[in-house]
Design a protein around this ligand. Sequence first.
Ligand SMILES: [Zn+2]
Length: 445
Amino acid sequence: MNLLRPLQSRIQGMPTPLPKRHLYGIVLLSTLTLTATVMLPSTQHILEQPVRINIPTSLNLPQPAAKEQVDNTEFYTLPHDDIGIDALDEIVATEPEWQEYVVQNGDTLSTIFNGLGLPLATMYKLLDADKEKILDGLKPGQSLSLLIDNDNLLQEFKIKQDLLHTRTFSRDGAGYKSKIKTIASNWESKALQGVIKGSFYLSARDAGLSASQIQKIANLFQWQLNFARDLRQGDSFKVLVQREFVKGQSTGKSELQAVELNSRGKTYYAYRNEDGKFYDAKGESLERGFIRTPLAISPRISSKFNLNRKHPITGRVRPHNGTDFAVPIGTPVLAPGDGVVVKAVRHAFAGNYLVIRHGRQYTTRFLHLSKFLVKPGDRVRRGQKIALSGNTGRSTGPHLHYEFHINNRPVDPMQVKLPMAEGLSGSEKRTFLATVEKYQREFSG
Ligand SMILES: [Zn+2]
């Protein structure tokens, strides 16, 4: 009953090793009735009685008249109505059908083509059309779809590259042409929320946020909150996350849309705008900008930032990690950006010096001061007076030595690209505020 395997496997929904068109030949060449043991899907036992399939009587081949000479080496040429083409059509579809094949371990394109009864010449034509070398990278589990016509010609060949992309090879003259089809995905919003117990990180993970989303949230609020220090047990958060789906299956892509964080009675907001940046509920930037020079006047620069500066006498490299401004003793020094004072101490070489941390990445340092106007732990605003310049420590004359560090490495304060802090305005702001309302409805709905 080997000949019937295609029939069985089709009934079970398995890939068909032999295309239907072969059945045509089988029917013609075999006896007029077929007996098949048919295993039905999801039945718990095999049917004990073989199922008899009766082929319509119109298939009966007319017997050649006894008096005629019969040449056994040739097929009979029969009138159509005699062999019952119509009846056969019910069994053998003349329309080609898509066949699915799932790549197995150890498969190669040629073993797959052999198994499907396709000539290798067809495979080489496909490979010719495969400029992106998709066929070289077949992986077990990947699904292939083939449209083979009744002349055993591969009309179309599809490979699902991922959830969103399908590569199609279609017959084009003697060869094939390849194109990619991208399936439209849809994004769905989900509100996640939680109350801080233990760390923000763990509480946010419990609420369903990913590590990178948690990092992103900490960065969004870096100018307003220090997550490690400022958050308390019982503080709460709400996060709107948008996730991408294709036919109900997650693609793994997601995007933060809105964050509302309540800490010690105060709520902090971050909403995503069309430009991909986050703003607060009023359309103000969550970034904090810097002023280039921490002084109210435009001072003369007496010594530039230079990591390769050589000592004039010893000739050794003594980097100059900051910019020196020649200013008289007592000149007000301004905070170049919002931040927290982390150090205000006296040092033998640096004299009175002050360090301010701005958010997570930036710190600024001020040396040779005559007087501090702030103390460690103070929050400062951009432009606020923090000290008076001086000539303390190892200094050859009144000046302010100013350093700008990114991730604890000194950069040139006069050249560094400073974060911008533009808020939204005009029609952009109106669109944004409408989006904020939509976010808030999604939080409450
Ligand atoms: Zn200096």
